[in-house]
Design a protein around this ligand. Structure first.
Ligand code: NDP
Length: 274
C-alpha cells in the first residue's frame, strides 16, 4: 500500500474545534478523515475533499467500523486526533450515575478505545501521533464540573502514562489544553447544568455559573486557534508533550502553580460565581 500524504483521523469533527482542525489539516496536505455522529453536519467538509465517517465513540461496532475503513484503505494511520467530547456539568449530587458514566464513555473510554484500534498499525510502521484534546479543566477543578474535570484529569494522566509506554515504538502522545473556545461546547454545557441542577438547592450558584460561561464564551478564542495548535503538534518532528492554548490559559495555569489550593479556589469561585 503506497502512502505519501499523511493520514489523519479527527473525532468530533461535525462542529467546533474538530471541524476547524479537519479543514486546516486538509489545507496543510493531510488525507483527512472527519468523524462524528451528525454525518449531515459534515457534508460541507466533503467539499474540501475531506472524507467523512459516521462515528459514535460510545459504540464499539461504530469505532471498529470507522477504524477498519481507514486501515483497509491506507494500512495505517499517522495522526489520531481524539477530540470528541462534551461537558456534563451540574451539581455532583444531582447528576445521575448513568450520566456520569456517559461522560466518561465519551471523553475517556471512547478516546482510549479509538487509540487501541490504531496502535497495532502505528507500532508496525514505527511511527504515529496520538493527539488528545483535554482542556485547561484537565489541570484545574471547577465547581459543578466534577465529572467533566474528572474526565479531563483522566485524559491528562492517561496521556502521560501512554507517552512513556509508546516511546519505544516512536509513537508520540500529545495533550491539547484549550481554554474557553467559541464552539457549541459552552451552550451544551450551560443547558446540561441548568437542566440537571437549575431547580435544586444548587440552583442559585448554577444559574450564576451558567451566565458566566456564556460571558466567557463570548470572550473566548476562535476554534482555529486550537486547530493551529493541533496542526503544529501533528507536524512537529519533536512535539511538546502538551499545548495549553487560548486567551487567559497561561495566566490561569501559572496562578495554579503559585497559589495554594485554597487561594486558587477563591480566585476561581470569584471568577465563576462572583
Ligand atoms: P463542540 O460541541 O462544538 O463539538 C464537540 C464534537 O464532539 C462534536 O463534533 C460532536 O459530534 C462530538 N461528539 C460528542 N459526542 C460524541 C460521540 N458520542 N461520538 C462521537 N463524537 C461525539 O465542542 P468543541 O469543539 O469545543 O469540543 C471539542 C473538544 O474540545 C472536546 O473534547 C471538549 O471537551 C474540548 N474543549 C472545549 C473547550 C471549549 O471551550 N469549547 C475548552 C476545553 C476543551 P456529534 O454530536 O455530531 O457526534
Amino acid at each position: 500500500m503506497e502512502k505519501k500524504e499523511k493520514v489523519v483521523l479527527i473525532t468530533g469533527a461535525s462542529a467546533g474545534i474538530g471541524e476547524a482542525t479537519a479543514i486546516l489539516m486538509k489545507k496543510a496536505g493531510f488525507i483527512v478523515y472527519a468523524a462524528a455522529r451528525r454525518v449531515d453536519r459534515m457534508r460541507k467538509l466533503e467539499k474540501h475533499g475531506i472524507e467523512i465517517l459516521d462515528l459514535d465513540v460510545t459504540v464499539e461496532e461504530s469505532m471498529v467500523k470507522c477504524a477498519n475503513i481507514i486501515l483497509a484503505k491506507h494500512g495505517s494511520l499517522d495522526v489520531l486526533v481524539n477530540n470528541a467530547g462534551y461537558g456534563s456539568y451540574g451539581a455532583m449530587e444531582d447528576i445521575p450515575m448513568e450520566e456520569a458514566k456517559k461522560q466518561f464513555e465519551v471523553n475517556v473510554f471512547g478516546l482510549a478505545r479509538m487509540t487501541q484500534l490504531f496502535l497495532p498499525s502505528m507500532r508496525k510502521q514505527s511511527s504515529g501521533k496520538i493527539i488528545n484534546v483535554s482542556s485547561v479543566g484537565g489541570k484545574i477543578g471547577s465547581p459543578h464540573g466534577v465529572w467533566y474535570q474528572g474526565s479531563k484529569f483522566a485524559v491528562e494522566g492517561m496521556s502521560d502514562s501512554l507517552r512513556m509506554e509508546l516511546k519505544q515504538f516512536n509513537i508520540d502522545v500529545v495533550v491539547i489544553e484549550p481554554g474557553a473556545i467559541k464552539t457549541e461546547w459552552s451552550e451544551i454545557t450551560q443547558e446540561n447544568m441548568l437542566k440537571i441542577s437549575g431547580h435544586t438547592d444548587y440552583g442559585k450558584n448554577i444559574k450564576i455559573h451558567a451566565a458566566s460561561l456564556k460571558k466567557y464564551d463570548k470572550m473566548g478564542s476562535e476554534p482555529l486557534v486550537i486547530a493551529k495548535g493541533i496542526l503544529k503538534a501533528a507536524t512537529a518532528r519533536k512535539p511538546k508533550t502538551r499545548y495549553a492554548i487560548g486567551k487567559g490559559v497561561s495566566i490561569v495555569l501559572f496562578l495554579k502553580t503559585i497559589l495554594s489550593d485554597r487561594l486558587f479556589d477563591r480566585f476561581l469561585m470569584k471568577t465563576l460565581l462572583g
